[in-house]
Design a protein around this ligand. Structure first.
Ligand SMILES: Nc1ncnc2c1ncn2[C@@H]1O[C@H](COP(=O)(O)OP(=O)(O)OP(=O)(O)O)[C@@H](O)[C@H]1O
Ligand SMILES: [Mg+2]
Length: 340
């Protein structure tokens, strides 16, 4: 009988994994990866599930190292190293996607100020400036002109950037996402905790500097398409941009209608996941002037609940099946299927 070890974190995949194990009488145990004896502890398990998080500095210190070590013991890990070494690392993703000639939006990285400035003299603008990590569009900005790009470059090779934005950044979106009076009260109650966590995270992570990353700006996209591939199934959402803004992620404006999804996005996503052997991957697409979907970034992790409203999945033959989308269940089912 398969033995499954799960790290439990509220608001992660783990509640779904625990439910699945209970319903299917799978032998599971909650484990704590932060303990020094974790490798020994996991020696008697077949599968280890850990939805590690890009905004926890502890996870970034050792998740990749632990995963590789467990794989060395032939333990099935989610996420495995192929799926997660480039998590929250857009620079890593650039190299990996280029290695298979995936349709990635042209991306540029520089490790010296001089080279970055030389490139600025020769290239065209606008460009999109990104930190290698971050979510919800927080670390994604438009360099409309060469001079704005130079400002980013000066900071990148000077005082550096915080990984986590101040609480008041993107305030318009935060206000728009308030749906009720209760929402306001909840937010006010949670504000001190969030402020403390932003302060602590920025302190623990240190500054982001010593490199600069840009992408070509793909204009006239009022939305992006996010596709998630788990094993032989894919599902997708359409995310509408904030008003007067090119950025969709984090807007909270989500459309759940399969007719709104360009099937080319599904094809490309399956192709990349298959080539790179990913267990689970999200792909964010924008469309170039020929309406070709271009990847802007990928990620193994995501907020589960945002996809519960999807009303079905595509198979690898691009057939649609009406079914309830439950990502943690899909992940674990896939692992168990491959395990047998
Ligand atoms: N090169 C680009 N050209 C045009 N629009 C872009 C480009 N890159 C990103 N965008 C837009 O900006 C948004 C945020 O970009 P991206 O997905 O890279 O950042 P993120 O903060 O990591 O997002 P997520 O929350 O999806 O992880 C995208 O949803 C897309 O709408
Ligand atoms: Mg994104």
């Amino acid at each position: 009988m398969i033995k499954v070890a799960i790290h439990h974190r509220v608001d992660s995949f783990s509640s779904g994994w625990i439910d699945y194990c209970k319903k299917n009488s799978i032998d599971y145990e909650i484990v704590d990866p932060y303990q020094s004896n974790i490798v020994n502890k996991l020696k008697n398990f077949d599968i280890f599930l850990w939805h590690w998080n890009h905004s926890d500095s502890k996870d970034l210190l050792f998740a990749r190292q632990l995963i590789l070590s467990l794989e060395n013991m032939n333990i099935t890990v989610f996420p495995d190293s192929k799926t997660s070494w480039h998590f929250d690392d857009k620079v890593g993703q650039k190299y990996l996607l280029e290695s298979i000639d995936a349709p990635l939006v042209s991306s540029y990285v520089f490790y010296t100020k001089e080279e970055a400035l030389n490139w600025c003299d020769k290239t065209t603008f606008p460009k999109v400036f990104k930190l290698r990590g971050g979510a919800g569009s927080h670390n994604v900005k438009l360099a409309k002109t060469k001079y704005q790009a130079i400002e980013f470059i000066n900071i990148a090779f000077g005082k550096g950037f915080n990984n986590f934005p101040s609480y008041t950044s993107d305030i318009k979106t935060k206000i728009k996402r308030i749906k009720s009076f209760k929402n306001i009260v909840d937010k006010l109650f949670r504000a001190p905790k969030i402020l403390k966590s932003i302060y602590t995270s920025n302190k623990m992570f240190g500054k982001e500097r010593g490199y600069v990353y840009f992408q070509d700006f793909i204009p006239n996209n009022r939305f992006d398409i996010r596709v998630i591939v788990i094993g032989d199934k894919a599902f997708a959402i359409k995310r509408v941009c904030r008003e007067n803004d090119f950025r969709a992620s984090g807007s909270g404006l989500i459309i759940y209608d399969k007719k709104e999804i360009n099937i080319e996005c599904i094809k490309t996503s399956f192709l990349i996941s298959e080539k790179l052997n990913f267990q689970c991957m999200t792909y964010d697409f924008v469309f170039d002037k020929n309406n070709k979907p271009m990847v802007v970034e990928m990620s193994y992790g995501f907020t589960n609940e945002a996809y519960f409203k999807c009303d079905g999945v595509w198979t690898k033959d691009f057939e649609w099946i009406d079914e309830k989308v439950d990502p943690p269940k899909m992940i674990l089912e896939q692992l168990i299927k491959n395990f047998k």
